[in-house]
Design a protein around this ligand. Structure first.
Ligand code: ADQ
Length: 472
C-alpha cells in the first residue's frame, strides 16, 4: 500500500482527557491515516519565538504525526488573518465579514512556503500527498516549484463560493491557478464543484474536459467526494458508560419534555442566531408546545481571537437570555445553552436522547453533526433530523426535514413537523439516512479520494524525486 502524507493546518489528535473542540477534519483524518500507515503533517498549534522548521514527531492513537511550531506573526496573518478573517467568511458567502489585507495575504504565502520547505524532506517519490482545506491551497504549487512531481491531491472542506463573490478577493486568479497544480481537487458536493467550474471557465484561460480542468499543460480532476463519518467508531459508543449516563441524565432532566438538540462550533456560518429566533417563533406561534419541549444548544467557542466570533458569542448569550426571560416557568427553562465540549461517547448519548436534531447552518461544506445525529438514533424509535438546505449534507440526507435557515418561519414549521411526526414516518426517514451514513462513511470517502489519486498516477506515470529531476 502506498504511503499517505496528509497535510493540514492543524494536527489534532486526542491526548488523554482532551475531547473538546475537535473539528470534523480531525475526526475524519485520524481514521484514514491509521489505515495507510501514513504521516500527518501540520502546525502543532504552538507558538515559537522564531520559526526554525524543526519537526516534532509523535505517535498518538496509532497515527504518526509530524508538527511544526509557528511564529506569532504567522498565526496572526496566516491563521487568524487570511484563513479565518478572509477566506472562511468569503467561502461561507459572508462578504460582509470578509476582511482584506495585504499583510494577511503575505502571511498566507509565507506559511505555505514554510510548510513546503519543512515537509519536503519527508516526502519520498512513491508517496501520495493529500493536502487539506482552505489554509493550504497554494501548497501544491509550492511543492511543484521545489521539484516534487508526486501525485498530490487537495480536498476542500468548506463550500466553494460563486465566482461573483470570489472575485472580491485580490489575486483571486493567482489563488485558483495555484490550485490547478493538484492532480485531484475534491469537493463535498456537486454545488461547490460547479461553482469552481464556473470560475475557471469564466476567469482563467482554462478548458473543461468532462470533470477535468486543463490549464497550463496540466490536468486536474475535479472530484465530488462527500466526507463521511467514522460510523463504526462513532457507533461503538452505544452502551458505553459515558453514553448511557449522558442519555439517561438528559432524559431524566427532561421529565417527559421533547429535547431539540443543536451541536455546533460557535461560528456564524452555523446559523445559531437564526435558529434561536426560529425556536422563539415556534414558542410564540404554538403556545401548546410551551413546557413540552426545550432546546439544548451545545456550542463550544472557537476562534476566540477573531472579533466576529466574540460578537456572535455575545449575541447568542443575549438571545438565549431573552428567550428564557420571556417564556421560562419556575420548572421550565426553554433554552439550555452550553458553551463546552463533550466526549464523543457523551455526544452519542445526548443525540440519542433527543427527539429532534436541529442542524441549520447558513452554509456548511458538509456538516458531520447531522450524520452523527442519524447514526446515534435508535432505529426502533428514532428522532427526526431537521437540516438546512445549505449544508453539503442535504445532498445526501434527503430524507431529513429540509428547511431554509434564512426563514425563521420555515424552520419553526420544520421543528413542529418533526415533533408531530408519526413513528412509521420517522422510521422510514431514518432508515434511508442511516443507509447512507453507514455506506458512505469516512473509509468510503478516503478510499474514493485515494483511488482517484492513484488512478491519476497510472495516467501520468510514476513520480520522480526532486533529485532525480535535477539529474535528468
Ligand atoms: P466543522 O465546521 O468543524 O468542520 P462539522 O462537520 O459539523 O463542522 O464537524 C464538527 C465536529 O466537531 C463533529 O464531529 C462534532 O461532533 C464535533 N463537535 C462539535 N461540537 C462539539 C462539542 N460540543 N463537543 C465535542 N465535539 C463537538 C469542517 C467544515 C464542515 C465539514 C467538516 C469535515 O466546516 O462543513 O463537514 O470540516 O469536512
Amino acid at each position: 500500500m502506498r504511503r499517505l502524507i496528509a497535510i493540514s493546518n492543524r494536527v489534532q489528535v486526542d491526548h488523554e482527557g482532551e475531547t473538546a473542540n475537535r473539528g470534523g477534519l480531525a475526526v475524519a483524518l485520524a481514521a484514514a491515516l491509521r489505515e495507510s500507515n501514513g504521516i500527518w503533517f501540520g502546525w502543532s498549534g504552538e507558538l515559537t519565538e522564531e520559526f526554525t522548521g524543526q519537526i516534532t514527531f509523535r505517535r498518538a492513537e496509532g497515527v504518526a504525526t509530524a508538527t511544526i511550531d509557528l511564529e506569532a506573526q504567522d498565526i496572526e496573518e496566516y491563521y487568524n488573518g487570511f484563513a479565518n478573517r478572509t477566506l472562511w467568511p468569503l467561502f461561507h458567502y459572508r462578504l460582509d465579514l470578509t476582511e482584506i489585507a495585504r499583510d494577511y495575504a503575505g502571511g498566507y504565502a509565507r506559511v505555505n512556503s514554510r510548510f513546503a520547505d519543512t515537509v519536503g524532506p519527508l516526502i519520498e517519490p512513491d508517496d501520495l500527498i493529500w493536502v487539506h482545506d482552505y489554509h493550504l491551497m497554494p501548497l501544491g504549487q509550492q511543492l511543484r516549484e521545489r521539484g516534487f512531481d508526486n501525485r498530490i491531491g487537495f480536498f476542500l472542506h468548506t463550500p466553494w463560493p460563486p465566482p461573483s463573490l470570489l472575485v472580491s478577493l485580490p489575486d483571486h486568479r493567482k489563488l485558483v491557478e495555484s490550485l490547478l497544480s493538484y492532480d485531484v481537487i475534491g469537493f463535498h458536493s456537486h454545488e461547490w464543484r460547479q461553482a469552481f467550474m464556473d470560475y475557471v471557465t469564466a476567469h482563467l484561460d482554462a478548458r473543461l474536459e468532462g470533470d477535468r480542468v486543463i490549464f497550463g499543460g496540466r490536468s486536474s480532476l475535479l472530484l465530488i467526494c462527500p466526507i463521511g463519518l467514522d460510523t463504526e467508531e462513532f457507533c461503538a459508543a452505544a452502551g458505553t458508560p459515558a453514553a448511557v449516563e449522558a442519555e439517561t441524565r438528559l432524559i431524566h432532566s427532561a421529565v417527559g419534555k421533547a429535547v431539540i438538540v443543536g451541536v455546533d462550533r460557535l461560528d456564524y456560518s452555523k446559523g445559531l442566531q437564526e435558529r434561536f429566533s426560529a425556536y422563539e417563533l415556534l414558542l410564540t406561534t404554538r403556545p401548546e408546545l410551551r413546557e413540552k419541549v426545550f432546546l439544548l444548544q451545545i456550542a463550544p467557542p472557537s476562534r476566540g481571537d477573531v472579533p466576529s466570533y466574540q460578537q456572535i458569542r455575545a449575541e447568542l448569550n443575549s438571545l438565549s437570555g431573552s428567550i428564557n426571560g420571556e417564556f421560562a416557568a419556575t420548572d421550565w427553562v426553554p433554552v439550555r445553552y452550553v458553551n463546552k465540549g463533550y466526549s464523543r461517547d457523551q455526544l452519542f448519548g445526548i443525540y440519542r436522547a433527543s427527539r429532534v436534531g436541529l442542524i441549520t447552518p447558513l452554509r456548511d461544506g458538509m456538516n458531520l453533526v447531522a450524520k452523527e445525529y442519524v447514526a446515534a438514533q435508535d432505529p426502533a424509535d428514532p428522532g427526526v433530523l431537521v437540516l438546512s438546505c445549505f449544508a453539503g449534507a442535504a445532498a445526501q440526507l434527503t430524507s431529513a426535514v429540509i428547511v431554509n435557515p434564512h426563514s425563521t418561519e420555515d424552520m419553526a414549521d420544520g421543528i413542529a413537523r418533526a415533533l408531530a411526526m408519526p413513528l412509521s414516518e420517522r422510521r422510514a426517514r431514518h432508515k434511508a439516512m442511516l443507509e447512507c451514513v453507514e455506506k458512505e462513511d469516512v473509509r468510503w470517502w478516503s478510499k474514493r479520494f485515494m483511488e482517484a489519486l492513484i488512478a491519476e498516477d497510472a495516467a501520468v506515470g510514476p513520480a520522480r524525486s526532486p533529485a532525480d529531476a535535477a539529474q535528468e
